[in-house]
Design a protein around this ligand. Sequence first.
Ligand SMILES: Cc1cc2nc3c(=O)[nH]c(=O)nc-3n(C[C@H](O)[C@H](O)[C@H](O)COP(=O)(O)OP(=O)(O)OC[C@H]3O[C@@H](n4cnc5c(N)ncnc54)[C@H](O)[C@@H]3O)c2cc1C
Length: 393
Amino acid sequence: MIDFTLTENDEARLAHLYAQGEYIRQFVRDADENEAELPPEVLPGAEDFLKTLERPPAPGPEDTQGPAMMTLSAIAQYWGDYSLRLHREGGGGLGNAALSAAGTDEQKAKWGGLLLSMAITEPGCGSDPSRVETTAVLDEDTDEWVINGEKIFVTTGIRAEGVVLWATIDKSAGRAGIKSFLVEKGTPGFEVPGKEKKLGIRCDDTAAYVFRDCRIPRENLLGLDESIPKQSSGGFRGVMKTFNMTRPMTAAMGLGPAKAALDFTREQLEEAGVDLAYGGGTAQQSAAAQAFMRLEAIYEASELATLRATWLAGTGQPNNMESSVCKAHAGSAVRAITQGCVDILGPMGISREHLLEKWMRDCRITDIYEGTGEIQRLIMARGLLDYTRQDLK
Ligand SMILES: Cc1cc2nc3c(=O)[nH]c(=O)nc-3n(C[C@H](O)[C@H](O)[C@H](O)COP(=O)(O)OP(=O)(O)OC[C@H]3O[C@@H](n4cnc5c(N)ncnc54)[C@H](O)[C@@H]3O)c2cc1C
């Protein structure tokens, strides 16, 4: 039975993250305007501030566990700010979610504490990851993979301590030859030549990576499965499993600022004397209150769809369809919510005096990376109608 009731301990752990989020907000305008890469851990006064916070108790057996708690924690962290998070417990990058989905227990233990980025996209490959050109060739003499290729738009690419990257071990095998590898920063042949300038998430460093004869140990292949299945997509399906974790996390990351926008708008409406209680029925409600409640309902639906997708993953059940559903829903929900809040608040929504306009810009990425909305809807249509990739492209 699905039950998302939070324990007192869960609430305390989340309250800790929300408190960090409040603190971070004093730095985010400056970081956004200067596209600064501020490692959250070294924000001015951060350490002193953390000492003032009561540490939340460790999670107990009755508490919400695994991916469902990761979802709620991501919402809480990104509520503070999309790109400056004070404390990344256990490594909060997209690559960490990939490691969780595809790594062996030993690999998770070895690299789980690092901040990991995830690199799939290349100059010639975005929505269709089966066109990955980066190669990984096994050198049997040294038991090393030799990586060559170029990756672009890598989120947290500069600050990350390592990357989960997709490369083909056999181009002639097509999609079945694609595998994911972990490469630590500092490995010779792994270069970070540049950073993108963007509309939103401007203080989250989005980088390009180049791999030139970059050698990594044989055991850095995530999942350690070197076989190339004969059936056309068997191996590829393995690496695509990564998305079943990263898509719900991407949805949760977008829901953070959407929730922040709702909280801010609610405060402003209440301060202006707008009655948000439903008690009097719709006939008694102001247009602003009705618009606001519609946005809250969209948020609730999106959060529940995301929790369900992560709960399925956490209980070892298939969630391919659900992870696309929550990602597609969140991609448009967070745009509707943040733009709707700007509509309700007018000039206050668009002014740089407040963070709402920034949350609206930051949210936009939810519907782009980890597969655009169009791609999620393709996957959902294939699943619902039982079509293959060939039937429905
Ligand atoms: C800020 C930012 C951060 C990113 N972070 C990462 C990251 O950490 N790691 C990573 O690997 N990548 C990352 N990306 C890349 C992102 O995942 C890709 O941009 C995305 O997958 C789209 O690929 P593309 O840009 O090549 O667009 P294209 O694939 O060229 O698509 C262009 C448009 O065509 C549509 N389209 C494409 N194919 C179809 C189809 N079959 N049917 C209908 N419509 C279609 C798309 O929806 C899109 O609207 C990031 C991108 C941005 C902007």
